[in-house]
Write a new protein. Structure first.
Length: 447
């Protein structure tokens, strides 16, 4: 960005929504945006999934067509190579990974689901039994940049949950190699296999397995990704478990004086760095503060790395939302339900209590989003597209499920016998009634 270039973020005044149809439509578009890719991407991903379903070896040809494969066409990197990459890690990188892993593990261990049995009535005991899934596939974005942090965020809670086998899929760089730090992190975490593929074909490879290479189908697929990854997960949702159909990463900052405009600008730029389709939105009650933040964004962009990505993301998806009151600002934030939400307003904690819908909140001036992306221990795989209204972050609970185990004695069944009969008869399901009555047949005859 040149010194003469001025970045103008889109401005939205919530007060105008009541009288201006265009502003009202913009607010509605933002707050009801959704995370599902468009139809053309869905159709394209479906074709890729179908090709891999018919022949898993098609992943190799799809890598050649769309990119993301290893030079030479090999699809899987095994544990021996991953452990060798761990041994090559720079000591400073190894130390940073160790700290991030330890913090993520510590937070994950606090989430441990517990089995529990409830005595509903005499003779009727129902157990809610926690059981981890057997095999998990973790998608980790890559290609243009490695994301060992996403590998940590997906694999660590799986391990804490008790998952038996963990397979990672991630694309190679354009030169056909995989970043050594990513491979080293996978070895450090004991990943069983590393599938080198990207996009929809990688997700399909996790779902259907690559048995010729020793990779069995996953029971659950998790992890962030682009629109093609999301579309493939949606396409496979009826055949394998998925975590979230999350779309592009997004961030929102709720801030007002005395917050530092330079710090707020840095938080917006941090979010835009995720990609050209990543929204970065400031919500504030002060127009002059918004002006100051915008000036700081422009100034910081002049020396920022990945400048082209930042400029495009902010020009296309950056915005400043002006609210006349803090109440109106909070209402908008809850309606938008951002993936990441940074909060720097007064009164701080009273405001945080009122914020219901967000994937992850960053509270106060010393809580940048990047802290949660890497090292606090909170998970950074989060709901996007407004899904935070009804879904939460990736967690230990994602990697298992509860089974209902019902233990019923003769006394227990007798206590609900009449109710079963009445309701089954009302529904016309007489075999259901008969399955109960036959158990009392000899007893009834003896009377």
């Amino acid at each position: 960005m040149t010194a003469t270039t001025q970045l103008a973020l889109q401005r939205i005044d919530l007060a105008d929504a009541a009288t201006n149809a265009d502003v009202a439509a913009t607010v509605k578009r933002l707050t009801r945006r959704g995370a599902v890719p468009n139809r053309s991407v869905r159709d394209g991903a479906r074709a890729i999934v179908d090709a891999v379903r018919a022949d898993p070896s098609a992943v190799r040809a799809l890598n050649e067509r769309f990119g993301g494969g290893l030079a030479g066409g090999r699809l899987v990197i095994g544990r021996d190579e991953l452990e060798a990459a761990t041994a090559r890690l720079d000591p400073a990188v190894r130390e940073a990974l160790d700290q991030a892993i330890a913090n993520v593990r510590r937070f994950a261990e606090s989430q441990g689901p517990e089995s529990k049995t409830t005595a509903v009535a005499p003779g009727i005991d129902i157990e809610r039994r926690w059981t981890p899934v057997d095999r998990v596939g973790c998608y980790v974005p890559g290609g243009t940049a490695p994301y060992p942090s996403s590998l940590v965020m997906t694999v660590v809670p799986a391990r804490v949950a008790g998952v038996g086998t963990t397979v990672v899929a991630s694309p190679a760089r354009p030169d056909g190699t995989v970043d050594d730090i990513l491979l080293g992190a996978a070895g450090l975490l004991g990943v069983d296999a590393f599938v080198v593929a990207g996009g929809a074909q990688a997700v399909a490879a996790l779902a259907f397995g690559l048995r010729a290479e020793g990779v069995e189908p996953a029971d659950l697929i998790v992890g962030p990704g682009n629109a093609w990854v999301t579309a493939a997960k949606l396409e496979l949702a009826g055949e394998v478990g998925i975590d979230l159909p999350a779309g592009p990463s997004e961030g929102m900052v709720l801030a007002a004086p005395p917050a530092d405009p330079a710090r707020v600008a840095a938080d917006l730029i941090t979010q835009a760095e995720h990609g050209v389709d990543s929204p970065a939105i400031l919500v504030t009650t002060h127009a002059a503060f918004a002006d100051a933040v915008e000036r700081n964004v422009a100034a910081q962009l002049e020396t920022a790395a990945r400048g082209a990505i930042l400029e495009r993301a902010l020009a296309d998806h950056g915005a400043i939302v002006l609210a006349r009151t803090l109440d109106a600002a909070i209402d908008f934030v809850n309606a938008y339900a951002p993936e990441h939400l940074s909060v720097d307003v007064e009164p701080l904690e009273e405001t945080v209590v009122r914020l219901r819908n967000a994937g992850s909140l960053f509270v106060g001036p010393w809580a940048p989003e990047s802290a949660g992306d890497y090292a606090t221990g909170a998970n950074h795989v989060l709901p996007t597209g407004g899904l935070a209204r009804g879904a939460g972050p990736l967690a230990v609970e994602t990697f298992g499920r509860f089974m209902q185990v019902q233990r019923i004695s003769r006394e227990g069944l007798a206590s609900i016998r009449a109710s079963i009969g009445v309701l089954a008869t009302a529904e016309g399901l007489l075999a259901h009634r008969a399955a109960v009555e036959i158990r009392f047949r000899d007893e009834d005859r003896a009377r």
